[in-house]
Ligand binder design. Structure first.
Ligand code: CA
Length: 319
């Protein structure tokens, strides 16, 4: 198992600090004291990526683009984790749990505030379910809690055990390995398990085992607090937002298979969990993590601000 894949979301003097170094640990309280406290949560904030995600590539290109810095600026202690790029939620969740335990050991904190994007939102629910004593809050952004219609589309059009599935699996597994390699990791990949986890059937099975925070009716809100853990969610509902961003074309294409409003990959109602902060931001699936390079809708919200406001919300609620 590769340890310490997460990195503290800060750069000082242009140098990325590895989380476990004494420098990194010592730096966190200093940053907090200097920042004015707007995002200064009681517990560390842990940012968890989605499918095909990473912490950063080459130590430079971040999945949560500019977000760790925006949070740290006013006092948050932030970690960015990395789990297998394409795999089942349980496999990703176990990898995340190990990193959460390390973060607690490093910081001396009792709990963490988990924020997951896309598949990462299922991973954080898994950790909250199997290790609730370590989690203060769960927040999911653009996560397919009821499955993603694109996964259903692929699952129903790609024969199980067939040639296309093998090619698709090989492609995604190779992409996962490449992304892991570029981010300095070596994670086990299982793209077919990932596809299963994000289908509505896979999501229903996962939900039956880890139900906390789920709405009890379609498109409703879930309980805000379950067993002392606070649950929140938000999502965008646009697929095309910025003509300069090449990823918009892919999201626009993917959105065709959806019956409901969506962000290009996840349906608006499928993203509901706990207290729904908002489900119609003018953001697509990648805008939600400020990709690519901050190319989002000119008149939409700044994704970095949404994370900062949320950190303030967590702070005000004593987390
Ligand atoms: Ca974008």
């Amino acid at each position: 198992m590769k340890l310490l894949r997460f990195r503290q979301g800060c750069r000082q003097g242009g140098r990325l600090l590895l989380a476990l170094t004494l420098v990194g640990v010592a730096a966190a309280p200093a940053t907090a004291a200097a920042g004015g406290g707007y995002t200064q949560t009681k517990y560390p904030i842990v940012l968890c990526h989605g499918m095909a995600g990473f912490d950063d590539l080459f130590g430079i290109y971040e999945y949560f683009s500019g977000i760790p810095q925006a949070l740290k600026k006013d006092g948050a202690t932030v970690f960015v984790t990395e789990v297998p790029q394409f795999n089942a939620t349980e496999a990703r969740g176990e990898a995340l749990l190990a990193q959460v335990e390390e973060i607690l050991a490093i910081t001396g904190a009792q709990k963490v505030n988990l924020i997951g994007h896309s598949h990462g939102g299922l991973d954080v629910r898994y950790v909250a379910s199997v290790a609730p004593q370590l989690v203060a809050s769960v927040t999911t952004v653009g996560s397919p809690h009821q499955g993603a219609e694109l996964a259903d589309f692929l699952r129903s059009n790609v024969k199980e055990g067939g040639f296309t599935e093998a090619v698709l699996g090989l492609f995604a597994n190779s992409l996962g390995k490449l992304l892991a390699l570029l981010s300095g990791a070596n994670n086990p990949q299982d793209a077919i398990a990932a596809l299963g986890a994000l289908s509505s059937e896979g999501a229903a099975l996962f939900n039956s085992q880890h139900p906390a925070g789920l709405p009890d009716k379609w498109c409703g809100e879930g309980a805000k607090v379950v067993d002392g853990i606070h649950y929140y969610s938000w999502t965008g509902e646009r697929s095309l937002t910025n003509i300069l961003d090449p990823s918009d074309a892919l999201l626009g294409l993917a959105s065709i298979v959806y019956d409901e409003d969506n962000d290009g990959l996840v349906g608006q109602c499928s993203a509901h969990l706990g207290a729904v902060i908002r489900d119609d931001y003018r953001l697509n699936h990648l805008d939600e993590v400020n990709q690519a390079f901050g190319l989002v809708h000119l008149f939409g919200p700044d994704p970095k601000s949404l994370f900062r406001i949320h950190a303030n919300r967590l702070k005000n609620e004593g987390m």
